[in-house]
Design a protein around this ligand. Structure first.
Ligand code: CA
Length: 223
């Protein structure tokens, strides 16, 4: 996976960041701290975080769901873009990584907006459905284990409201999706997910080559 827009040349990528990135210092510090982690590539690209923040503001989102927190860069990007009355439900299984996230949420003053649920995301999503939260989220971001993407997507699609948006990360998987010599489970799962969404008439669809590939699926009214 890539934590920058890999489809651009280095020069053009640097230029894009130079003329458009407005990363607040706290996000920059979180990104720099996370860069020391061997799994740092799991963090979203800064230009993607800024794009998602713009989407939230554009759509007036107030209830956000995240599947896969890691060290909290994406959730912090989103929380900083939301009004203080908004809320995020964030799913992850790692107490260690989310401890970093919590520390930055607290420092940024957004911790009270965030309901962190430490459990396998499928269980949390099922619980949210049982708790009566179907059709209630404005925006959802899926960025977790790729093998479960279709399961997450199906549950998340029930949880977002008609007209709500589901964003799914790593759908180009550094280009591996078109390399037939690569047949590992995550790559196959992403291919299967992409075909699943392509054929899903319940959503309006766009796939963006930003960062590692970002699918946007809007739940149609009446679904
Ligand atoms: Ca990702």
């Amino acid at each position: 996976m890539s934590n920058k827009t890999f489809t651009l040349s280095e020069d053009l990528y640097d230029y894009l960041l130079d003329v458009s990135l407005r990363e607040p210092p706290i996000l920059r510090r979180l990104r720099e701290e996370t860069a020391a982690d061997p799994m740092a590539r799991m963090q979203i690209a800064p230009e993607q975080g800024q794009f998602m923040a713009l989407l939230l503001q554009l759509t007036g989102a107030a209830r956000v769901l995240e599947v896969g927190v890691f060290t909290g860069y994406s959730s912090l990007c989103m929380a900083l873009a939301l009004p203080p009355t908004a809320s995020l439900v964030c799913c992850d299984i790692s107490p260690e990584w989310t401890a970093v996230a919590r520390r930055y949420w607290r420092e940024a003053g957004v911790e009270a907006m965030i309901d962190l649920r430490l459990a396998p995301a499928r269980e949390t999503l099922d619980t949210l459905l049982v708790e009566g939260h179907a059709d209630s989220f404005d925006f959802a971001f899926i960025d977790a284990d790729k093998e479960n993407y279709i399961d997450y997507y199906e549950r998340v699609l029930k949880l977002v409201r008609p007209g709500g948006l589901v964003a799914v990360d790593n759908v180009l998987w550094s280009g591996s999706v078109v390399d037939k010599t690569i047949q590992d489970e995550p790559t196959q799962a992403i291919r299967a997910f992409n075909a699943h969404v392509r054929d899903d008439r319940r959503v309006a669809l766009s796939m963006l080559p930003i960062a590692d590939g970002l699918t946007l699926a809007m739940k149609r009214t009446g679904e």
